[in-house]
Design a protein. Structure first.
Lengths: 468, 490, 667
């Protein structure tokens, strides 16, 4: 089944790319095709849960792979549906977007499924390249091309260091397979191996936007169109985070892993600095970029515990983040379609112009902030629980304090939406039913995950347990 | 029953939010109906509580987050029932006080607050407690920020962030407590009753004082205790009348309630260790709070600051760790809820009429509007701890208990002077606002407003003269705690 | 059913009357609310007299001769009934493991006597008010207040638990506050009510702390328990003295004893029946009653001399100041302060029963005097005795009843004050000769100012009031009011002719006059010291040999006659002649500047921290909070510079990070 998914997505992307030019006028058809493919892969991912085995020593089948397929296909599905929100096409044509998203998802799935560093690298690049293109895809945007260029070149630096790190690890262990590396490294890796692992973290941290490898993120988010910024904020993160779970548990060793400790350091730095940076942002996409940095920091803290609780927290965090963040970016996209740029200024009085939209936005923003009974709260709670279980008191205290900062900048959004009066001449906001139904659906998911997370959690925990 | 008390208002809030109701007529009727219905339910629970047996009633638990060891566990005991009954009552009063409001959202927020507050008082699982504790913040933020006075934004943000600082540390402490207590319980559990059974184990942890302060910080901010109180004057002053009633009547109570429910029950040893410090904080709150009250020129701000004084008695009673002192703390909380709620109600109604809160701009209210003046007079006298009204019994018991414990006794000697200073502040306010001749016309209380004030006046007098309406419940609630504390000390 | 079992209705009925009048007083027609309140008090009076009757039957009897001979151990001739003192008890505030606060009604002889006294005085004051308050805007409210006050006073007397004493005590304080400021539009009334409340509240802290300490020592607040030898031993001398003195501070506040007397003069801002009821007959006497209840502690602690000293000094001080005043109510107010001083003197020199006798006698004759002054004010339309025009001619009923009260006050035989005050002086003579001399001097002044008042008000034609709005009293500096803020008391309108008061008022005056004569006789040796032996507790060195009494009686009478004679001699000749130097008159009228000292020095000191603390609150503590917030924002805006938007910078961060990780990792 896993194999079938890989094939399906690879060919699906190709087909989409091929037929795209003929559907430039009717992008909805492409969206439908893409959605169908992702829907199929999502179902197959669910079916793949009971598979096991390794393909060519490089791709692992198993519950975690299945979970990755499900989560990432879900992202793909949502993005395919979300594309319908967007009015008008792109100067470069709309078709390729769907193809690129599909390859990006495929890369993500392979990343989680890989059991070999080379495979890992290839998957990473596959997913990366599609995002490089997607960031600059809307070349009419002011910062689009510039952002894409920065993103790509910095990404190349990251990849280079990742490769170099792998090379060092290979030098020391003579292995590129996870199992082999784990055996060779044992409990006490040599200095050179540790250096390799450290350099690998640069590439990984770059993708996850951990400070200090985060610098591309605000520019890229701002430059990309909101839908893509949304995709960027969830798909590579989901893949990388789960990929690191596999790396940590299969290759770079258990809870005493030095790698985990460094991750903890980077994560803490991200949480703190990201929060400070976010305080005064007025551009919503930049704000969300910093918010992503903070969220990835929280997630990294869970990763750093290298425990089952921690990894479950990571998986749940990702699920919660997917629905919350995509919801917010979809709303951004929908508002841009209405001619509202993504700035706090232009959002003033939204809640009065359209109360339902206001409530939906509030759900997403409050979930990002971590208000109880929404998905974002439980995500953070699990992270804190993992830290407590690992007796990591200092990071725990720092993390909870930064939650306060989070409230400040998220509530700035809500203040603009609800407390400010709309401009005098602002017209009624009329959304497409698609946009509304998508937003309502995601908001319901946010609430559902916050109120009744039990089934999802069990499933995710089972998936994570499988790699431990 | 408890889920109904918690979730019916929340669902009703959603319903109210979805109403197509430009004048909010249906919204306020719905809100009032829900508040009264839940009030009857909670009064029934209050009345049928088996005082001689104590323990928890209406207990309900089911696994909610088994992966972290948290259950949805709620129940009422004698400690929580008074507050659980006060919540719908004050909601009903607030709805009546806001009868002229025309925004359905306002009424939806009140219902949300009601549900979350009952959740706070009913929660028997630390995560569930935190959940509701935190959930209170958001509707309150919006209530202040949307419907408050001129500096509402600043006040709302200050309220939100200040409260949050406390609660995040509490969250850290909650998580840490559960994991540190795990060896004693054999598993990670956030269940209050299970954790209470591990109090002896918790007491010996090296981190016990950190955990204690994690909880205490949140509750001292909520209480509020000097010097963590400065959010309160802003929030109270800027909040709309209903918001002030909720804040004074219930939100502050979460602090005192939490101190007894968690700090006393889970960390009695630490409480004893820091009793001196807490008593000092209480003393400062009482005396300093009274002085700062005396200096205010804004009527709402004045009453807000008097709350600092009033809640100081709560802390003093708790710090004494005597049965009488804790009785006094709880009694004082209920009394303060009733009386300060009444004060804010009347001041809000007055400010709506005079379009100012400046004391200097008011005069002769009593002669212009005798009913309003008389009730405000009564409320202000209640605020100075007048015997015969509820506040006196609370203050008296707190000080009495404080005097009985050796550690708090020296503080009582000074704290009593706070009574006189506050009395001066209140009497001066009465003189400036109520007495003298009036040269303006004020509408007197309308029947709806009389209906809003009547239950509070009734309770203020009832609790001032008939402690049997409250004391047995408190006793049933805190005696098991105290027995357990005694065992820990042995 | 005995009256004892009905006793809880005694405070309850007026309380219910209050509730009814407060909620629906305006629906009574005309004077209906006044008559209703009076009817309630009539029922209460009947119940109280019935209770007194029950108590007289049940109380132990004493052999007078043995008592007078000093043989206390043989004096008991009739043991009290086994259930005496009566006690009714209900649960009120129960805390497991603690005594808590039960609701107790405790009726011993003293309680029964004082209850009857309060009920009767209150009844006639109600009756008087029906006419006096007629036409007042808040007529029903006034009666509501009187009802609640009566309820509180009766509850205070009957309370068997000191907590409830405190509760009722404070409610009385509240009613005093509300009634002083009954004319709430007057600035002087507002200031006076606040002053009274704060002064007494400050003193009441002593009561509260005393109770806390008492509970700490003996574990309950029970009144009956206090005197038991076992408890006293448990308490110990030092603690007993401390607790006793703490409570005594509260009593000083309530009974306006020097130096806490400052509020009582200003309390005269209230309507005259209020002064009669609260600031003469009942509430101010509560301090004496309370001290009497704490007597065992004071005795055991060896600090009775403090009580005696305060009492004697106050008695003299107030009597010396009274002649400097022209306002009839203020003269009577000083007289009240002075007479209360006598009671404390009596308590302090072991004259417990004598002090109680004076308490009861004083209540009647002072209520009579105040109501008489009310009648005078009503008829003459002024409070200034100089402006009153030969009232004896115009108001004969008022004159004769007032005279009865005045003679009682002066201590002229055979009126009430003679019997009671002289007993106190005898006790002082026995135990503290110096205080006895002070007491005699005070008695001289008492007779002097009383006679002065009667001569000027009743016998002399109206004349220009010499000190009306004197420069040194303009405004009311003792109330911290500026010259413009207070209105001077009104003079009678031109062409006003004094007239006698209405029937209700006269009835009340006559009844009180009769009562003050009767009660004097009841306690006099002629009728075997009936009242004294009734309240006598059988454990104190109390009554004196009859032989010594006679000289005392003679001395007292002579002193009083001397004072009265001097006043008669001076004021019937020329009332306006300035006999004291003007500076002395000014100082006396400014009340020796004590009030102003309190306001300007102590009050200012107490309030000094206010603005400082408010500043600290607003700018230091809150400022720090805001600073924390702003600091974060400043840090944030500084950190933004790191995010330059330049590719090279970003790459630099990455490489720096990589280097750090590598070095840190490989090391």
């Amino acid at each position: 089944m896993t194999l079938a998914v890989i094939v399906l997505l690879a060919f699906g992307g190709m087909v989409l790319a091929l037929i795209a030019p003929s559907f430039d006028e009717r992008p909805a058809v492409l969206g439908a095709i893409s959605g169908t493919v992702f829907g199929a892969s999502l179902l197959m991912g669910l079916l793949a849960a009971h598979e096991s085995g390794v393909i060519y020593g490089a791709v692992v089948m198993g519950p975690l792979t299945s979970a990755a397929i499900v989560l990432l296909s879900l992202v793909g599905l949502l993005v395919a549906a979300g594309a319908a929100i967007r009015k008008g096409g792109f100067a470069l044509g709309s078709g390729e977007v769907h193809a690129l998203v599909m390859w990006g998802v495929l890369g993500g799935i392979l990343l989680v499924a890989s059991a070999h560093l080379l495979m890992f690298y290839l998957a990473l690049e596959l997913s990366a390249y599609s995002t490089y293109v997607l960031v600059g895809y809307d070349r009419d945007r002011r910062f689009g091309t510039e952002a894409a260029a920065k993103y790509m070149i910095l990404g190349a630096v990251g990849s280079a260091l990742l490769l170099f790190g792998m090379a060092l690890v290979y030098t020391e262990t003579g292995n590129l397979g996870y199992t082999g590396i784990a055996i060779e490294l044992g409990g006490n890796p040599s200095a050179l191996a540790r250096g390799g692992m450290a350099l690998m973290l640069v590439g990984l941290g770059f993708k996850l936007a951990w400070v200090p490898f985060h610098a591309w993120a605000p520019d890229a988010y701002q430059g990309a169109f909101p839908l893509m910024a949304g995709f960027l904020s969830v798909a590579p993160k989901t893949a990388l985070a789960l990929g690191i779970v596999v790396l940590l548990s299969r290759a770079f060793g258990g809870s005493e892993s030095v790698m985990a400790q460094w991750i903890g350091g980077l994560a803490l730095l991200s949480v703190v600095l990201g929060s400070f940076w976010a305080l005064l942002q007025n551009d919503l996409k930049r704000l969300l970029a910093y918010s992503t940095i903070v969220h990835m920091g929280f997630l990294g803290l869970a990763l750093s515990t290298a425990s089952l609780t921690g990894y479950t927290a990571v998986a749940y965090y990702l699920a919660a983040y997917i629905v919350t963040s995509l919801g917010f970016f979809f709303a951004l996209e929908a508002l841009e379609a209405e001619g509202l740029p993504s700035t706090l200024e232009s959002w003033k009085g939204l809640g009065r112009r359209n109360p339902l939209l206001g409530v939906l936005l509030a759900v997403f923003v409050l979930s990002l902030a971590g208000v109880p009974l929404l998905a974002g709260f439980l995500a953070k709670l699990y992270v804190f629980a993992a830290l407590a279980a690992a007796q990591a008191w200092a990071p725990l205290v720092v993390a909870v304090v930064m939650v306060v900062f989070g409230y400040y900048f998220y509530f700035r959004i809500l203040a603009a939406v609800f407390l400010e009066a709309p401009a005098e001449d602002s017209p009624e906001l009329a959304f497409s039913p698609t946009a509304f139904s998508l937003l309502v659906l995601l908001a319901l998911a946010v609430v559902a995950l916050g109120v009744w997370p039990q089934p999802l959690l069990r499933w995710l925990q089972a998936a994570v347990t499988a790699v431990m | 029953m408890i889920p109904v008390l918690i979730f019916l208002p929340i669902l009703a809030a959603a319903f109210v939010g979805m109403l197509d109701d430009p004048r909010a007529e249906a919204a306020k009727r719905t809100a009032l109906g829900v508040a009264l219905f839940t009030l009857l339910m909670s009064l029934w629970a209050y009345a049928t509580y088996p005082i001689p047996f104590g323990g928890f009633i209406g207990e309900l638990k089911f696994d909610w987050l088994p992966l972290v060891g948290s259950r949805f566990h709620v129940g009422f005991d004698g400690l929580s029932l008074p507050f659980a009954a006060l919540t719908p009552l004050l909601t009903a009063v607030s709805v009546l006080a806001s009868w002229r409001k025309t925004d359905k959202g306002f009424f939806a927020l009140m219902l949300l607050l009601q549900g979350a507050l009952v959740g706070v008082f009913a929660a028997l699982d630390l995560v569930v407690f935190f959940l509701f504790f935190e959930a209170v913040l958001v509707p309150m933020y919006f209530m202040i920020a949307l419907w408050g006075y001129e500096e509402r934004r600043y006040a709302a943000v200050k309220f939100l962030l200040y409260s949050l600082v406390g609660s995040v540390f509490m969250l850290a402490a909650i998580v840490a407590t559960a994991y540190l207590a795990a060896p004693a319980l054999g598993r990670v559990s956030f269940d209050y009753l299970e954790l209470v059974s591990a109090t002896g184990y918790l007491a010996n942890l090296p981190a016990a004082s950190w955990l204690f302060w994690g909880f205490a910080l949140a509750f001292l901010i909520k209480l509020p205790a000097v010097p963590l109180h400065t959010w309160l004057p802003h929030a109270h002053t800027q909040a709309p009348t209903a918001g002030s009633i909720f804040l004074a009547g219930l939100l502050l109570k979460m602090g005192g309630y939490g101190l007894i429910r968690f700090n006393l029950a889970l960390f009695p040893g630490e409480l004893e260790r820091f009793a001196n410090l807490l008593a000092l904080v209480a003393l400062i709150s009482i005396v300093y709070g009274a002085y700062v009250t005396l200096a205010q020129s804004d009527l709402k701000r004045l009453i807000a600051n008097s709350s600092v004084n009033h809640m100081g008695y709560v802390l003093l009673g708790i710090a004494s760790m005597t049965a009488i002192g804790i009785h006094g703390a709880v009694y004082q909380m209920v009394a303060h809820g009733v009386i300060t709620g009444l004060m804010f109600l009347m001041v809000g109604l007055l400010a709506d009429r005079t379009h100012t809160r400046e004391i200097a701009a008011m005069q002769g209210v009593y002669s212009a509007a005798p009913k309003l003046g008389a009730v405000l007079w009564l409320a202000l006298l209640g605020g100075l701890g007048l015997p015969g009204l509820a506040g006196f019994l609370g203050e008296f018991q707190s000080l009495w208990g404080g005097f009985l414990a050796e550690v708090t006794r020296p503080y009582v000697w000074i704290a009593v002077f706070g009574i006189v200073i506050l009395a001066g502040a209140m009497l001066w306010t009465i003189q400036r606002v109520l007495l003298g001749r009036s040269d303006s016309n004020l509408d007197d209380l309308s029947p709806v407003e009389v209906a809003a004030a009547a239950p509070l006046v009734f309770l203020a007098v009832l609790l001032g003269l008939v402690p049997a309406a409250l004391t047995p419940w408190i006793d049933a609630g805190i005696q098991p705690l105290l027995t357990m504390v005694q065992e820990v000390f042995k | 059913m005995s009256y004892v079992e009905l006793s809880y209705w005694i405070p309850l009925l007026p309380a219910l009357g209050f509730a009814l009048l407060a909620l629906g007083g305006r629906s009574f027609p005309g004077r209906g609310s006044g008559w209703f309140a009076t009817a309630v008090m009539a029922v209460v009076a009947v119940l109280s007299l019935g209770l007194l009757h029950d108590v007289i039957l049940a109380a132990p009897g004493w052999n007078l001769a043995a008592l007078l001979g000093g043989h206390h151990e043989e004096a008991l001739i009739k043991p009290g009934s086994p259930d005496f003192p009566f006690r009714l008890e209900w649960t009120w505030l129960a805390i497991r493991g603690e005594a808590g606060i039960p609701l107790v009604i405790y009726i011993d002889s003293l309680a029964a006597v004082v209850t009857a006294m309060v009920a009767l005085a209150s009844l006639f004051i109600h009756l008087f008010s029906i006419g006096y308050m007629h036409g007042e805007e808040r007529y029903p409210t006034f009666f509501a207040y009187l009802q609640l006050f009566s309820a509180a006073m009766l509850a205070f007397v009957l309370a068997g638990n000191f907590f409830h004493s405190l509760l009722a005590w404070e409610v009385m304080g509240l009613m005093s506050y509300l009634l002083i400021g009954f004319l709430y539009k007057k600035k002087t009334a507002q200031q006076a009510q606040k002053k009274a409340f704060i002064t007494t509240k400050l003193a009441d802290l002593g009561f509260m702390l005393g109770l806390f300490w008492l509970y700490l020592l003996i574990g309950n607040f029970d009144l009956a328990d206090l005197g038991s030898g076992q408890n006293l031993l448990a308490i110990g001398t030092g603690a007993a003295a401390a607790v006793g003195l703490l409570v005594f501070i509260a009593a000083m506040g309530k009974s306006a004893q020097f130096p806490l007397h400052v509020w009582l003069l200003d309390a005269m801002e209230g309507p005259t029946p209020v002064s009669a009821m609260i600031h003469a007959a009942t509430m101010v006497a509560a301090g004496v009653y309370l001290t009497a209840r704490f007597y065992p502690l004071l005795l055991f602690g060896g600090v009775l001399w403090v009580v005696a000293l305060v009492g004697a000094l106050t008695a003299l001080f107030a009597a010396v100041l009274a002649p400097a005043f022209a306002d009839v109510k203020k003269i009577l107010a000083w007289s009240t302060v002075s007479q209360l001083g006598y009671m404390f003197l009596g308590l302090g020199v072991f004259g417990w029963a004598a002090a109680m006798f004076h308490l009861v006698a004083h209540a009647f004759f002072k209520a009579l005097l105040f109501l008489g002054s009310g009648s005078m004010i009503h008829g003459a339309a002024t409070q200034d005795i100089f402006e009153m025009d030969r009232l004896k001619k115009h108001m004969p009923w008022t004159y004769w009843t007032f005279l009865v009260g005045a003679l009682a006050l002066m201590g002229i035989p055979p009126f009430a004050g003679f019997w009671s005050k002289d007993l106190i002086l005898h006790a002082a003579e026995e135990h503290a000769p110096l205080l006895w001399l002070i007491g005699l001097l005070a008695a001289f002044f008492t007779a002097f100012y009383t006679t002065r008042m009667i001569v000027i008000a009743f016998h002399k034609p109206a004349m220009e009031s010499p000190w009306k709005a004197a420069e040194w009293t303009r405004g009311a500096p003792w109330l911290n009011l500026g010259p413009e803020e207070a209105e001077p008391d009104p003079s009678p309108p031109a062409g006003h002719h004094p007239h006698e008061s209405g029937a209700e008022m006269i009835t009340a005056l006559v009844a009180l006059a009769a009562l003050s004569i009767l009660v004097g006789f009841w306690g006099s040796p002629i009728f075997g010291y009936g009242l004294l032996t009734l309240v006598y507790r059988g454990e104190m060195p109390e009554l004196l040999p009859a032989s010594k009494l006679m000289t005392g009686y003679v001395t007292g009478t002579l002193v009083a006659l001397a004072g009265a004679g001097l006043a008669w001699f001076w004021y019937s000749a020329d009332p306006l002649k300035q006999r004291a130097p003007l500076w002395l008159t000014a100082a006396l009228q400014r009340r020796l500047y004590i009030d102003e000292f309190y306001y300007k020095v102590l009050g200012a000191l107490a309030q000094a921290p206010t603005q400082v603390l408010a500043f600290i609150d607003r700018y230091l503590i809150d400022g720090l909070v805001d600073l924390a917030g702003y600091t974060s924002l400043v840090i944030s805006s500084l950190l933004r510079h790191l995010q330059s938007g330049r590719f090279a910078t970003y790459a630099f961060y990455m490489l720096l990070g990589a280097l750090a990780l590598y070095v840190g990792g490989a090391r």
